[in-house]
Design a protein around this ligand. Structure first.
Ligand SMILES: [Zn+2]
Length: 332
């Protein structure tokens, strides 16, 4: 589990036109570049529910919910090769928490983006200074007591990015319907417990089988391959049932997180809130060097859900360009 201190995110939107860049980035990040087939239906339903650009809605909630120095807990880690021991971390998603076998990749991702990964075990959160560029990573195979975990860390926000979510049968699946339950600890309980306690939650996913995508269940069952019949033998489909307060879809889940960061940069007038594309590519390279694999073809190369680094980076550049264009327009 990772806890990030987010500071200096003070709203000062000024006269920036948010609707236009938000709409552009929302559409861009939900275009089916890798031709995976599911995102149009998922995004259409999410937009119907949220009734606004998803990234803008989530970013506004972050700023409203997280005080200066507040704790944000992030759940991530999606297993590939589930038939080999407990799976191998994929390149989409990683900044956060984890089972110990995902920790090296998540630590590498954090380091690649310029933050310092710190083992959380035994560390008092109060010993951190607001603004410290660190990410606490709690790697454990021991089942967590969600109520106690939340009481001790006191997160203002819990985010799940590309983290498998339980289906109606209780089994966890990858998009092709394979059962990955044995690869995972019970971290999803933190998200569900946070939801029930009124702690704000953001679910970011690209297939409808991730934590927080429960509002999309009907669409997943009807329109996503393996949505209603996984074939793993559990008797259900891959649709995740846990719901989130802010629902964010993207064709590659990482893009959903980047889209939110883009909106934070505009809302706070702090360009640094959006990582430079080169930094994100550096993070991708670091993940791969630590053994992460692409979620679509499973090769250990700089690629995310089938998008090679050049194409992946091009989308990040377009997001950054939309932000810079909006900021420039305000100043002219
Ligand atoms: Zn199943």
């Amino acid at each position: 589990m990772a806890c990030l201190s987010w500071t200096a995110l003070i709203p000062s939107a000024g006269r920036i036109d948010l609707d236009s860049p938000a709409e552009t980035i929302d559409r861009l990040t939900n275009l089916d570049f890798p031709m995976r087939g599911a995102i149009a239906a998922l995004h259409g339903e999410a937009r119907r529910i949220v009734d606004a650009p998803l990234c803008l809605s989530a970013a506004r909630e972050i700023l409203a919910r997280v005080p200066e120095g507040g704790v944000v807990a992030i759940l991530t880690g999606f297993p590939e090769f589930p038939w080999i021991r407990r799976g191998v971390a994929e390149t989409d998603g990683p900044v956060g928490p984890c089972e110990p076998h995902f920790a090296p990749v998540i630590e590498a991702a954090v380091r690649g983006i310029g933050l310092v990964p710190i083992p959380a075990a035994g560390l008092d959160l109060k010993s951190l200074h607001p603004g410290d560029p660190v990410c606490l990573i709690e790697a454990t195979d021991e089942a967590v007591d969600a109520e106690r975990w939340l009481a001790v860390r006191g997160p203002a926000l819990v985010i799940a990015i590309e983290r498998p979510g339980r289906s109606v049968t209780g089994a966890y699946h990858n998009m092709s319907g394979r059962n990955v339950s044995h690869c995972l600890n019970n971290f999803e309980d933190l998200f569900i417990e946070a939801e029930s306690r009124g702690i704000w939650t953001i679910g970011i996913g690209d297939g409808g089988n991730e934590v927080g995508m429960g509002a999309l269940q009907a669409v997943v069952r009807a329109q996503v391959a393996a949505g209603s019949a996984c074939g793993c033998g559990c008797g259900g489909g891959i649709a995740a049932v846990s719901s989130s307060r802010s629902l964010v879809t993207a064709v590659v889940a990482n893009f959903g997180a980047t889209a939110i960061a883009a909106m934070l940069a505009l809302l706070t007038d702090d360009r640094e809130a959006l990582p430079w594309p080169a930094l994100e590519l550096q993070s991708l390279d670091a993940c791969v060097a630590a053994g992460a694999v692409d979620g679509q073809h499973n090769e250990c190369v700089a690629s995310v859900d089938g998008l090679a680094a050049d194409a992946y980076g091009a989308v990040l550049e377009l997001i950054a360009d939309a932000v810079d264009r909006a900021r420039h327009r305000r100043s002219v």
